[in-house]
Write a protein that binds this ligand. Sequence first.
Ligand code: ZN
Length: 367
Amino acid sequence: MVHRSVAMPRFLALPCAHDPSKILSNQNYVFRRWKSGSLNEKGDTMSIYAGRCWVVLFATAVLGIGGCGSSVSTGDVRDALSNGKAQVLSIVCTTGQVGDLVIHLGGEHVRVETLMGPGVDPHLYRGTLGDTQKLNRADAVFYNGLHLEGRLAEALENLASRKPTFAVTEEIVAQSPQLLRKPPEFDGNYDPHVWFDVALWTRCAETVTRKLVELDSAHAEDYRRRSAAYIARLNKLHDWCKTSIAAIPSDRRLLITAHDAFGYFGRAYDIEVHGLQGISTADEADLASVNELVDLLVSRQVKAVFVESSVPPKTIQSLIQGCAARGHTVVEGGELFSDAMGLAGTQEAEYIGMVEHNVNTIVKALK
Ligand code: ZN
């Protein structure tokens, strides 16, 4: 079926003498091939090499890694804050979910800029020159990790050598890797979509709290107080998700989306999940996958399938049409927010609101 790796191939930063224009066109090709699942280990040596070169270009040209910028340690940031040279921590985050977490835990002591806005797919995101300035200005950087930020992953790991840079998932990897999904079709990589299990996101909140306390110990009590209050909200949310999903009759508890981001959600809240097409938005769904899911929808008499804010709805239309041809009516159950959050000012612009929206949408359509 239909799950494919969501973690990018791990390009190594190697020296490169290729023509940059070829590299930039090649990296699109490599990524399309990888997304479609057709990138193999034997036949794509040059393309993989071009991908490696792109990472080096990005790291040096965009993030300035390997350049002559001065290093800033956690201690330097702490000293600047305690000397009164800095008023608040200036933090850059990659995804909306990570930015939301740091805002809630940091409160008035942080100023957060998020690189990836509503509707932006982190797997596809490329750094911009504007990002360079933001990252260079930041006191610290937080990102999801587990190669969610496919194109930026290597660069962020390198950035950690000269600036406090943290993956919010790093303590789970180090201390409790058994909590992470490692589906065989992910080629040995962890599934990065940890925010779909609120209990796992709570672990990320604990990590962020520890890092904020390290950076700005003068406000440690504020961070711990905020953390306790926010984690209490997350615990309530986790229980509410369980209760809500359990209200769907078990034979209809089947979540079908275009993109396979919901593995942790399915595991945490006891709902079977299937993605129609890996993470690809460019490729057509193959007929075998569509037929397999249509069989499932018809045999289980499932009422709805779901679109995501970052994936064109046509990928899901093929399922609706396939079921109609078999005499079974399936509707579009609504839009879910998966890897990107909602527009500013909406409920879905915050993590808790996004989870509530997703669960309410799923329950309403499937119950
Ligand atoms: Zn994803």
